[in-house]
Write a protein that binds this ligand. Structure first.
Ligand code: SF4
Ligand code: SF4
Length: 350
């Protein structure tokens, strides 16, 4: 029998009508990323302790942490949220020993367009997570599942993907610089979007997680001024670059999205291994890229190595041949990168 859940239709209308707990102002401004029903204006999420909200500034997501539903009622959560002045999307990170409490929180989250971050890290009862996740999904709730790399076996990851959470929230703290490599491993399996909780101390730390395939970076215990600065810097970076989490070239260790920058398979190089990982033959790759470029500004590219911008390198690699072709096509660098972003998504669609 279908779960009894609040209807999810017209929830955005509901929010905009002013009846939501949180100001609808958070939906204003340029959209950078869509996750379920969340519209995020920055890829930075600020994690704040429940009951002691820190400043969240211009973060894309304000995630309230450590809500133990065995000790906290929905009405208490509701009251605590009334005191928060946030223009960010809101998330609730919850745990409970009782599935029905999680279901109540799921209904509450979906009614208010909040993310529900399921944190099973304490009891690590992954079978219970796998059982309750589809039930919560049926409420239309946008969900993330928080997990540590040591708990994420290939078997668990594939079962988790089958439950279709909107985000995998990878807790990568304390990995001594191995976080980006782990993000790449998960990203290359092409599952849900990734939110990486890492030891982020500067822009490069955040960018190294994003460049390996993370869609969001979450900060826990970060200085509010740093979080505000990073969030703004990421927005500016996206506007200037056209692709805030653009991958490296495959031969520089990038994830599979880097196929968008690869040339035709004419030599022995890491492209061949990447194609194997993506489950694509060299012929399919060529055919797919040519088909996707047809009729788009990437199709042309006289004077470039392979006669079409679809085979050209990342904008950060200096190349006067590509730049001349871009200029003839009337494309700016960010526009070129935005087209490559779409190309990467389409190449990897199964
Ligand atoms: S095809 Fe080109 S960009 Fe891709 S891995 Fe090979 S050398 Fe690098
Ligand atoms: S023309 Fe320049 S950007 Fe294009 S593939 Fe050749 S080296 Fe790369």
């Amino acid at each position: 029998m279908a779960e009894s859940c609040s209807p999810i239709m017209n929830q955005k209308d509901f929010i905009i009508s002013g009846e939501s707990l949180i100001s609808s102002e958070r939906h204003l401004g340029p959209l950078m990323l869509e996750v379920g029903y969340l519209d995020l204006k920055s890829p930075i999420a600020v994690i704040s302790p429940y009951g002691k909200p820190c400043s969240n500034g211009s973060a894309g997501l304000f995630l309230i942490d450590d809500i133990n539903l065995d000790k906290t009622s929905i009405s208490e959560i509701e009251s605590s949220l009334k005191g928060i002045d946030s223009k960010s999307a809101i998330g609730l990170s919850v745990s409970s020993s009782q599935d029905e409490r999680l279901m109540d929180a799921a209904r509450f989250a979906s009614q208010n367009l909040f993310l529900l971050d399921l944190n099973f890290g304490r009891n690590r009862d992954w079978n219970r997570l796998l059982a309750v996740l589809p039930r919560i999904k049926r409420c239309g709730t946008t969900i993330s599942a928080r997990i540590r790399p040591e708990d994420l076996s290939a078997d668990l990851f594939s079962k988790l993907c089958a439950c279709e959470p909107d985000l995998i929230h990878l807790d990568l703290r304390g990995l001594n610089g191995m976080g980006p490599r782990f993000v790449k491993k998960v990203a290359d399996i092409r599952g849900p979007k990734i939110m990486a909780l890492g030891d982020v101390k500067d822009f490069d730390d955040a960018e190294s997680l994003l460049a390996m395939g993370s869609d969001l970076v979450s900060l826990k215990g970060a200085d509010p001024e740093f979080a505000e600065w990073l969030s703004q810097a990421m927005k500016e970076y996206d506007a200037l670059s056209g692709w805030y989490n653009a991958p490296k070239h495959i031969c520089s260790g990038g994830d599979l999205r880097g196929l968008a920058f690869c040339c035709p398979p004419v030599k022995h190089c890491p492209l061949l291994g990447a194609l194997k990982k993506a489950g694509m033959s060299a012929e399919e790759f060529v055919e797919r890229k040519l088909t996707l470029a047809r009729g788009t500004p990437l199709e042309k590219g006289d004077g470039t190595c392979f006669g079409s911008l679809v085979w050209c390198c990342k904008i950060t690699k200096p190349c006067y041949l590509r730049d001349a072709a871009l200029s003839r096509a009337g494309l700016s660098g960010p526009e070129y990168m935005a087209l490559k972003k779409k190309l990467a998504e389409d190449i990897l669609k199964s």
